[in-house]
Design a protein around this ligand. Structure first.
Ligand SMILES: [Zn+2]
Length: 113
């Protein structure tokens, strides 16, 4: 499955997700992101000349990446050196009809803080 930001500067290829997660934590509720989780080696991320920017905060476990040109949040990833590296892809970057049949999980991130 192919995910792209709005201007197609960032392109991501990965197998179709088996489950997608929404979350109400302080950042996911703002991004309204829809996450599918992968091992880094199972994901191909290409960034064009428009570049990308990362946002890291708090305990510095993960960085959220957005397109520097159009601003779409395409994915987050665990920072270097973490024991179990994960890439989470934002499936708002595909048409809803492509993932309409994928089971959704709600994660109560707000209560974890
Ligand atoms: Zn873009």
């Amino acid at each position: 499955m192919k995910l792209t930001c709005h201007c197609e500067n960032i392109e991501i290829e990965a197998d179709a997700p088996t489950q997608l997660t929404t979350c109400n934590c302080s950042i996911c509720r703002r991004y309204q992101s829809l996450w599918g989780y992968y091992s880094p080696q199972d994901v191909s991320i290409t960034t064009g000349e428009g570049g990308s920017r990362a946002y890291v905060w708090g305990d510095r476990e993960i960085e959220f990446v957005h397109c520097a040109a159009c601003g779409c949040v395409t994915h987050y990833k665990t920072l270097e050196g973490k024991a179990s590296p994960v890439v989470a892809l934002n499936f708002r970057m595909v048409r809803e009809q492509e993932v309409v049949d994928v089971p959704r999980r709600f994660f109560d991130g707000e209560s974890m803080i």
